[in-house]
Design a protein around this ligand. Structure first.
Ligand code: DC
Length: 224
């Protein structure tokens, strides 16, 4: 029996998922998987191929094509599509605008679910485990994860964090775009964003990053 740990971290954009997940992985010597980056990479591939991203059938028909590879070092995560480094390109506006409709397509989710479970399986085999962040990790991808966290924050705080990450983009526009993505991510039929059964809810609005990392590390230590 493996003692490897899987930590599922879900929540909306700007809730602190990425910084928290990476921080926890570094502190505990775990691998790290950003599933949002995989959905962004799939979206990038669709845009590159000229697929109309609002056409769910067209997107579904191409979902098996791109080879998406995620590197799981929390200090230097990587992502490639068909061997091309897309780490920077997937953070651009075109991908951000298109990623929610692409992520709502069941064939896209089925394809990426397979890849995500394979990365988790490998990390558990290698030990000591992995922190996985996304929207449906505790509910669908790894429902048996011994630690599940659901992070939220006030929309204004989330927009301020995202705008700062994006180099000072317009706050009101950033908040609008976040809320629009929340609506699609929470309202879709397949694997919507929800607080999973057994997930611990942490509202990060009033906490520093280190304080949130401490709380999650404590949850992991409590099950070890
Ligand atoms: O975490 P992020 O903002 O990079 O995620 C980008 C999009 O990917 C998000 O709007 C919804 C989608 N996503 C998803 O549907 N399921 C996941 N597990 C992770 C991300």
């Amino acid at each position: 029996m493996s003692n490897a740990i899987v930590v599922a971290v879900d929540g909306p954009s700007g809730s602190g998922k990425s910084s928290t997940s990476r921080g926890v992985a570094v502190r505990l010597g775990l691998r790290y998987l950003d599933t949002g980056a995989m959905f962004r990479a799939m979206t990038w591939a669709m845009l590159e191929a000229g697929v109309p991203v609002e056409d769910a059938e067209a997107v579904a028909g191409r979902a098996v094509e791109p080879t998406i590879v995620s590197g799981t070092d929390p200090l230097a995560p990587t992502i490639t599509v068909d061997g091309v480094d897309v780490a920077e390109a997937i953070r651009g506006e075109a991908v951000t605008r298109a990623v929610s409709p692409v992520s709502a397509v069941p064939d896209v989710r089925a394809r990426l679910l397979e890849l995500q479970r394979e990365v988790i399986r490998q990390a558990v085999l290698d030990g000591p485990g992995i922190v996985v962040e996304g929207r449906d990790i505790g509910s669908v991808v790894a429902p048996d994860a011994p630690v599940k966290v659901y992070l939220t924050a006030d929309p204004a705080a989330r927009a301020a964090r995202r705008a700062a990450e994006e180099g000072g983009s317009d706050l009101a526009a950033t908040q609008q775009s976040l809320l629009a993505r929340d609506r699609i991510d929470s309202g879709r039929k397949t694997a919507p964003l929800v607080q999973a059964d057994g997930a611990v809810h942490i509202d990060t609005t009033e906490y520093t990053l280190d304080e949130v990392i401490d709380q999650v590390v404590d949850l992991v230590r409590a099950v070890e």
